[in-house]
Design a protein. Structure first.
Length: 120
């Protein structure tokens, strides 16, 4: 499960932010792309395994799925890729790239119920 190592790195990062803000973490919000290579269920399992005493002890992990989206370089149209095809469904151009859905983001952290830390 390669989620363990990414979650370990993530928790270290969140600890640093919480320590700088002098707060305890209540929620950690992650954006998880459909094609990020990380499974939300495995991220949750890894989180449960690694969550120890300290500022993150009672933190809840909230995962927001990010659906896959591609954009066409020809007509600028955005579409949801299907069946592993890269051609634009509007104009047929093969010159397209992923716009969203391949990323794993730390979206925000909620500290002490009320304070929302900005992720630097
Ligand atoms: Zn197009």
């Amino acid at each position: 499960m390669h989620e363990l190592s990414i979650v370990r790195t993530l928790l270290r990062e969140v600890e640093l932010i919480a320590a700088a803000e002098l707060g305890d973490v209540v929620e950690i919000h992650l954006g998880c792309g459909e094609l990020s290579g990380y499974e939300p269920e495995c991220l949750r399992t890894a989180f449960a395994q690694l969550q120890g005493p300290g500022r993150l002890e009672y933190a809840r992990l909230v995962i927001h799925p990010i659906p896959l989206a591609a954009v066409c370089e020809q007509c600028s149209g955005e579409f949801e890729p299907a069946d592993f095809r890269r051609a634009c469904p509007q104009c047929g151009s093969p010159h397209t790239h992923f716009a969203r859905g391949t990323e794993l983001w730390l979206e925000s952290i909620v500290l002490d119920e009320t304070r929302k830390a900005t992720v630097p």
